[in-house]
Write a protein that binds this ligand. Structure first.
Ligand code: GAP
Length: 474
């Protein structure tokens, strides 16, 4: 373990470069000069992201008998966002540089200014006038052009607007969802009526959310569109102690990040929201934070949202959203605890955590379950048909069970290098011994090289599937 080294210097730049070079994440709309805060997930990136989503779904939905899943619409009735408070409340304070027209969030501008001076400040809850005063007092310059010439701070809404139908009129205005959570509240009654769920139970949903984010940078940490993985866990506050339930969820979230995603516990911490930061309807909110190269930042939020959302939707829709206890007949609006995470942030963390340098060697030490390819198959030489034919047969056979890469370019060293950088846990080489041209005992066996140790062992072709299965889905 000693020889493994995580070189923190320039780690973010290294990840961004590797992500592009190897096909994890590309800058958005690059051929048109790019679009800030948007990215494309390349051939291996889409696999890694999907594997993280699948792992979340498996652990929090499929393998729990107190959870069900949902896939609601991105475009919901506009009243949903009035009821939820997003139309009035999902706002950020912004300033614009009059010289170069860069727009930036006032809180980020101030916090970054203090951070550069080695100080920490939170401006959560401050009014526009108070933010203006700090910017002017500190003479904070534009991070883009260096001038000090800002417009006054003003609030803007993060919800993306669009129109249903061909004529954009006020009545046809809708929003792209700002969180997946509201879809769960809107479908709550249908879930109750169509399934046999009984409190306490949760509804999990994975899907895209959209926010008009203006702060640039930090790779896929904050983007215009992102995948959320959210749970609304409903319970009767008279039967279930919310504090105990809340602690239980903290434990489940921590376990998922450290065990399923393999992230080092010393790069994680909990941070509780203060009164000025916490939403007015939440009784307690805590963020699990990860130590990104740009500081400890929110990864996964946990909030006790009480019965606020269901009550709001009852009020705005006029539909009764109460739960009737099947034993006592008691009718009430359930309370809810919400663990909400962004999959893209999880992916950034997984890549940063996995990045390992060992001398000249660079590899992503991804948990095998998350790796885009579980193995790669090579013929030792690309110009020997017997080696290529057999390797190709092995590749096709394994491909029916696992995502498996193929490479016959360059020398073996280069192929290892390329697979290491995308985190492929095992490289399988068909050589002359496999064909029976060397040591008789090795006939029918291939070399399997382990990504993390670099060691090689010979495994019989017939045992390969079992071997990989045992190592990947242990
Ligand atoms: N339903 C509650 C909710 O949406 P949030 O803290 O605004 O709460 C939850 O978002 C999670 O979604 C965050 O912890 C973060 O992981 C992710 N997230 C939020 N905004 C994001 C953005 N612009 N880009 C990427 N991920 C984002």
């Amino acid at each position: 373990m000693e020889k493994e080294k995580k070189n923190e210097t320039g780690l973010m730049e290294k990840i961004v470069s590797l992500a592009k070079r190897r096909g994890f994440v590309f800058p958005g709309s690059e051929i048109y000069g790019g679009l800030a805060n948007s990215y494309e997930y390349g051939p291996v990136g889409v696999e890694l992201k999907k594997n993280i989503q699948d792992e979340w779904w498996r652990v929090f939905v499929r393998e729990r008998s107190d959870m069900v899943g949902l896939d609601s619409s991105i475009i919901l009735h506009p009243k949903v966002w009035e009821a939820s408070g997003h139309v009035a409340g999902l706002v950020d304070a912004m300033v614009e540089c009059k010289a170069c027209h860069t727009r930036t969030r006032a809180d980020h501008l101030i916090e970054n200014h203090y951070e550069a001076k080695g100080a920490k400040i939170s401006v959560e809850g401050k009014t526009e006038a108070e933010l203006d005063a700090i910017i002017n007092e500190q003479k904070i310059k534009c991070p883009n052009c260096g001038k000090f010439d800002w417009t006054p701070v003003r609030k803007f809404n993060l919800l993306f607007e669009t129109h249903v139908g061909i004529v954009p009129e006020a009545q046809s205005k809708v929003y792209l969802r700002g969180e997946t959570a509201q879809g769960i509240f809107v479908s709550f009654k249908n879930i109750l009526d169509s399934t046999r769920v009984r409190l306490p139970f949760g509804v999990g949903q994975l899907g895209k959310s959209f926010r008009n984010e203006i702060t640039k940078g930090n790779f896929i940490f904050r983007t215009l569109e992102f995948e959320q993985a959210e749970i609304e866990y409903f319970f009767d506050p008279e039967e279930t102690d919310w504090k105990t339930l809340y602690e239980k969820w903290k434990g489940d979230m921590w376990k998922f990040v450290t065990e399923n995603l393999g992230v080092a516990a010393d790069s994680l911490r909990w941070r509780e929201h203060g009164d000025e930061e916490r939403s007015f309807y939440s009784k307690r909110t805590e963020d699990m934070e990860y130590k990104f190269p740009f500081g400890f930042k929110e990864l996964w939020g946990l909030a006790y949202r009480t019965d606020y959302d269901l009550n709001q939707h009852m009020k705005f829709s006029g539909v009764d959203m109460q739960y009737t206890d099947p034993t006592s007949g008691k009718k009430f609006v359930p309370h809810v605890i919400e663990p909400a995470v962004g999959v893209n942030r999880l992916m950034a963390m997984v890549m940063l955590n996995a990045y390992t340098e060992e001398g000249e060697r660079v590899y992503l030490k991804l948990p095998p379950r998350l790796a885009p390819y579980k193995a790669a198959v090579f013929p030792l030489l690309a110009n020997k048909p017997a080696l290529v034919d057999l390797a190709s047969q092995i590749h096709s056979r394994l491909q029916k069970k696992f995502p498996v890469a193929w490479d016959d370019r360059g020398n073996i060293g280069k192929r290892y290098y390329a697979q290491d950088e995308i985190g492929t846990p095992f490289c399988i080489t068909v050589d002359f011994d496999t064909l029976g041209d060397g040591d008789e005992e090795k006939k029918g066996t291939v070399t399997v090289r382990d990504r993390d140790t670099g060691t090689q062992e010979r495994v019989h072709i017939d045992k390969l599937e079992e071997f990989l299965h045992g190592k990947i889905y242990y």
